[in-house]
Design a protein around this ligand. Structure first.
Ligand code: HEM
Length: 354
């Protein structure tokens, strides 16, 4: 059972100062200078034209940018995505997580749950690459990968592990193994990080949800107000000054869904969490709304993200989880993945008795 959403009205989202300044100074803006060689873009029309102007270069691609100096060819990228896709589908076929306690501090609880659900069969040496603390310290990530790659007892081809771990089994030497482990992290980590962040954001913004509201509009509305992928970078390129004279030849362009998702010209009550607005909107064809990027090359992971997030929401809503009423504020740090930090989820009936 869910009560009405009055609790959520008392919650304050505290953005990191630089995010707060962006929202304060440029919400509803079009093009503006962010620093000596970066222009911010929030206008939906220009965003669309910039992203359509040319494909992302390999250095601009978040997942498959070069690894250890090696370019990742498309064929390899799609093999990796198919492997993690198989692992996610296998996880979704497992019995619904009804008996599992998903209360506690999010997104951490969700991250650990997904890691164990999807990658639980994998050796510790690989699963450790999923540790949330690594995300904050890229240097540490590479130390752990280098150490793990040097360990004896690597996977034999055909070992009973996930498909994505199976790809590391074919590595022949230290350098290949280190590369394969880096790839494991590149493909497997975003599943756990992004989905747990998305669900934490949804709970913070909207819980308790009305029983009649399906998961998808809840997720679309969460990604509007707190887009996990809040900026999209394109490096300086001759196409851009040609589209808008305010962009200089040497300027990188930072496209900002964080801002276009709240533009007063595009949305009724832009600051309000209103999942019901999605009853009449098409999330794949809506100017200025691009949580998964541009139509010309949408996120390859979105078909895993939505069902996984939906599975978690089903289980959490069935267990009557909500945000601890004692928690009235949550921080959104300045990070590549935008989300609320440390949201405490409790059972509705048990709220306040912890
Ligand atoms: C809430 C979850 C996610 C969001 C909001 C998201 C968002 C995005 C966005 C905005 C882009 C376009 C980037 C650009 O044009 O520069 C993108 C591309 C991409 N995403 Fe996602 N993503 C999510 C999860 C995932 C996951 C879990 C995976 C992989 C397992 C993934 C793999 C990719 C790939 C392969 C691309 C194409 C560009 C590249 O090679 O990196 N995404 N995503």
């Amino acid at each position: 059972m869910s009560t009405s959403g009055t609790d959520r009205l008392t919650r304050t989202t505290v953005f990191a100062p630089r995010l707060d300044a962006l929202l304060r100074d440029h919400r509803g803006g079009d093009v503006f200078r962010l620093d000596a060689d970066t222009m911010g873009v929030a206008g939906h029309d220009l965003t669309d034209r910039i992203l359509a102007a040319r494909p992302a270069t390999e250095r601009e691609r978040p997942t498959f940018k070069p690894l250890h100096g090696r370019s990742i060819p498309r064929t390899e990228a799609s093999t990796v995505m198919q492997a993690i896709g198989r692992d996610v589908r296998a996880a979704l076929k497992k019995p619904a997580p009804r008996g599992v306690d998903l209360s506690g501090e999010w997104p951490h609880v969700g991250h650990v749950y997904l890691r164990d659900l999807i990658l639980g069969a994998d050796p510790y040496r690989l699963r450790i690459l999923m540790d949330r603390t690594l995300e904050l310290t890229p240097k540490l990530t590479w130390t752990v990968i280098a150490t793990g790659a040097a360990l004896p007892g690597r996977l034999r081809p055909g070992a009973p592990v996930t498909s994505i771990a199976g790809l590391t089994a074919n590595a022949k030497n230290y350098s290949d193994r280190r590369y394969a482990m880096g790839m494991y992290r590149r493909a497997a980590a975003p599943v756990c990080f992004t989905v747990s962040t998305l669900v934490a954001n949804a709970y913070w913004l909207g819980a308790p949800f009305d029983d009649g509201t399906p998961n998808e509009p809840i997720l679309y509305e969460s990604m509007r107000l707190l887009p996990p992928s809040w900026n999209i970078l394109r490096n300086a390129s001759p196409e851009y000054p040609a589209l808008d004279a305010r962009i200089g030849a040497g300027d990188d362009v930072l496209l900002l869904p964080l801002l276009s998702h709240r533009a007063p010209a595009l949305w009724d009550d832009p600051e309000e969490f209103r999942p019901e607005r999605w009853a009449t909107l098409d999330p794949d064809d809506l100017p200025g709304y691009l949580p998964f990027g541009h139509a010309s090359e949408r996120c390859w992971g979105r078909h895993m993200v939505m069902p996984l997030a939906g599975m978690l929401l089903d289980a959490m809503r069935a267990a009557d989880l909500t945000v601890d009423p004692a928690q009235t504020s949550a921080k959104v740090p300045l990070a590549g993945l935008l989300g609320v930090d440390k949201v405490r989820l409790v059972r509705e009936s048990g709220a306040g008795h912890r």
